[in-house]
Design a protein around this ligand. Structure first.
Ligand code: AMP
Ligand code: MG
Length: 333
């Protein structure tokens, strides 16, 4: 199986995130200077440069499609001095040697598109804290039509392929891309190869043996409630801590059984680019994704999942028991 068999949009998405991943890998040293945004999340020159190059590619390949992405040029202008801007433009010029600074800003601002009938959503660096600290990070791109995620590509430059494939040492160290198309499965493409490996969730049926995938950053959710949920489940297995949608991909690979994201407070709503691609990869690998009350994720509410309360993803078999554990843990509050 090769990505071309999954259709034009899958090829576009996979090429876009792979190209972005190559840039991120080559330029890790440049990312030491992070700008901290008003919501206290860090952003690096790589975040902005990747948003510009992915937006430029989508503009070229799918000129009628909209893009909804995490960063904005206004924040970049506010953020930083002109040497920071020059670093962003310098990275973009590796792929677009003629691009002016204002062209780069314009490409970044394509990410402010609407969420009408058909649009792409991008997290240029998902897990920036992991990226900076040498842990996991991802570049996540999804195509949404009428509120339904149709195509997803998640580049994970530091993630190993599934253990039961014959990945060589070379591909192990260079990561890969998870690709999913609704109705056509979820796949892992090790970087530097063309062959796709089918992704399949675990067959774990016992809550006591469930491996929980948790954010590395405890502050990204209500960690105490998550601790109580793990207790209510009765799992004896230590959780797997990972930044970014590398968690979603790991669940789709069968490397974990449950992913529970509990909002840090009652106002917080998840960003669509943090879950759109990941949710399709999990569903197409045989898993299930809802919010913490069992409702489907609703991608028709703009940049954030306004009608959803957190996220629960599972290997499907454990979904009901996990929903019940979340309910019981919440009642103990
Ligand atoms: P993770 O590594 O799974 O926690 O996911 C990283 C994502 O968490 C980032 O892309 C942000 O969108 C999001 N994030 C950042 N800060 C917070 C926070 N305080 N609470 C919840 N999510 C956050
Ligand atoms: Mg993110």
């Amino acid at each position: 199986m090769v990505v071309e068999q999954l259709g034009r949009e899958a090829v576009i998405a996979a090429q876009a995130v792979e190209e972005a991943g190559r840039l991120a890998r080559m330029q890790q040293d440049l990312a030491t200077a992070a700008h901290v945004k008003p919501d206290f999340t860090p952003t690096t020159v790589i975040d902005w440069a990747i948003q510009a190059i992915v937006a430029a590619r989508l503009l070229r390949e799918c000129p009628d499609d909209l893009l909804v992405a995490e960063e904005s040029a206004a924040q970049l202008r506010r953020a930083s001095n002109q040497s920071f801007w020059r670093d962003v433009a310098g990275l973009v010029r590796r792929l677009h040697p003629q691009a002016s600074l204002s062209q780069v800003f314009d490409w970044i601002d394509l990410g402010g598109g609407g969420t009408e009938h058909r649009f792409w959503t991008l997290d240029p660096i998902d897990g920036t804290k992991g990226f900076l600290a040498g842990r996991q990070y991802a570049i996540a791109l999804a195509l949404i039509e009428a509120g339904v995620v149709q195509v997803a590509a998640i580049e994970c430059p530091r993630l190993s392929p599934p253990a039961d494939t014959d990945g060589t040492t070379e591909t192990m160290s260079s990561g890969g891309t998870a690709i999913a198309v609704r109705g056509h499965g979820a796949w892992w493409k090790p970087n530097l190869t063309n062959e796709l490996v089918r992704l399949k969730v675990s067959s774990c049926t016992e809550a006591s043996a469930a491996r929980l995938l948790r954010s590395y950053e405890r502050a990204h959710g209500d960690s105490e409630l998550l601790d109580r949920t793990a207790k209510a489940l009765g799992t004896h297995v230590p959780p797997i801590l990972l930044d970014s949608q590398a968690k979603h991909v790991t669940l789709a690979m069968g490397g974990g059984d449950l992913l529970i994201r509990i909002p840090p407070n009652t106002e917080f709503r998840e960003a669509i680019w943090d879950h759109a691609a990941g949710s399709l990869v999990i569903e197409e690998a045989g898993g299930q994704v809802t919010d913490l009350t069992g409702r489907s994720l609703d991608f028709t509410t703009g940049r954030r999942l306004l009608r959803n309360d957190g996220v629960l993803a599972s290997n499907r078999t454990l979904h009901r028991v996990a929903l019940s554990a979340i309910r019981r843990a919440r009642h103990q509050q």
